[in-house]
Design a protein around this ligand. Structure first.
Ligand code: FES
Ligand code: FE2
Length: 368
């Protein structure tokens, strides 16, 4: 798991007036809307005696801890201590606050301390806001790590084995050579999948014919998102984005949206949602049993081939980001930050120095 990335917190529509607890990177956060309706995200650990802020209440634009009623504003500063209302608020009475953006129907939060100019961009998901595209959405929970789930979405060699003829042809599982386009924060590949044409009610009867489906899988480190664009026939497009958010080291919450430029009647929504969830279920059957649970640290511990090219690009970029010191030290986290010591992902305000009560999450020194 990495700090200093944008993570999808919640769909905008799911954050209303109250406080929403959210677990990301193994840590608790509280999301809420301020007086202007803007989404905010704070660490959920009250610095007084460790109360869970999300179990408290909203008091105007502040969050009130359920334990002794301390109030924290949208920037995480304590503004009120009910037991001694006239005394000065200690400087350390603050919790970490994280930059947020609402775009393409999701709330994104930057979980790290980089200044604004150094933060990665968000992916361009313009199709979500295009009235010519019918969008459906949902979520899926995995007993699998975010990096394994992510790589699964970049890999089409598994499709005929795990998903039958949904994306390809089980009788022709070979993947034609493809190039990977890499940008700083994203990468994608254009593949041509051969899909058998079936006919009849429920499309069970093979016709012996095939169509070529242009299939463009990709990744973006903000979200972090797996993207997929399909052209099932001339002029038809399907867009899928799945933000694979690490809840903890081995559990992932996927927020997904799927858009189609054809059969746009809402009558087709249910079928579209069901088919996307069926695909996740099929992947889950495999991913929950994959070992090791996480992508291994060295290439030598697995065997890669050319058709794994897009995953390889993702892994290489992931390694580079880890070498910046952004990788959370999960072993130390499990060993040292239980029982008597909590920790938090540092927000940008920590860069200004000053005193903070709760130590920052341990990061790993990954040498190139
Ligand atoms: S623990 Fe939050 S106010 Fe005391
Ligand atoms: Fe899959």
């Amino acid at each position: 798991m990495l700090t200093n990335l944008w993570y999808v917190v919640l769909p905008s529509a799911q954050l209303k007036d109250g406080l929403a607890p959210v677990q990301l990177l193994g840590q608790p956060f509280v999301a809420f809307r301020d007086e202007d309706g803007r989404a905010r995200l704070l660490s959920d650990i009250c610095v007084h005696r460790g109360g869970s802020l999300s179990a408290g209440s909203k008091a105007g634009a502040s969050v009130q801890c359920p334990y002794h009623g301390w109030r924290f504003d949208k920037d995480g500063l304590c503004t009120h201590i009910p037991a001694q209302p006239d005394a000065r608020v200690p400087v350390k009475a603050r919790v970490d606050a994280y930059p947020t953006v609402e775009r393409h129907g999701w709330i994104w939060a930057f979980l790290g301390d980089l200044p604004e100019a150094e933060r990665p961009p968000l992916p361009d998901l313009g199709w979500v806001d295009d009235p010519a595209v019918r969008v459906v959405s949902g979520h899926f929970d995995w007993d699998a790590s975010w990096d394994r789930v992510m790589e699964n979405g970049l890999d089409f060699a598994h499709a005929p084995f795990v998903h039958g003829s949904t994306f390809g042809d089980p009788d022709h599982p070979q993947i034609d050579a493809f190039d990977v386009q890499r940008q700083d924060w994203s990468g994608q590949a254009r593949m041509t999948m051969r899909r058998p044409v079936r006919k009849g009610w429920l499309r069970r009867t093979p016709t012996g014919e095939h169509v070529q489906v242009t299939t463009v899988p990709g990744y973006h480190f903000s979200g972090p998102c797996a993207t997929l664009e399909l052209t099932p026939r001339e002029g038809w497009k399907i867009h899928i984005v799945s933000a694979h958010v690490p809840v903890s080291a081995n559990r992932t919450r996927t927020w997904w949206m799927m858009g189609r430029t054809f059969l746009r009647s809402p009558l087709f929504d249910r079928r579209t949602i069901a088919s996307n969830l069926r695909i996740f279920e099929q992947d889950h059957e495999v991913l929950r049993k994959v070992r090791p649970e996480r992508v291994p640290d060295t290439w030598q511990q697995e065997v890669s081939v050319k058709s794994d090219g897009l995953q390889i690009a993702f892994r290489q970029r992931l390694r580079e980001l880890e070498q910046r010191g952004w990788r959370i030290d999960e072993a130390r986290l499990a060993r040292e930050f239980t029982g008597r010591t909590a920790c938090v992902v540092p927000g940008p305000e920590r860069r200004a120095g000053g005193a903070w009560a709760i130590p920052t999450i341990p990061l790993l020194d990954v040498t190139p």
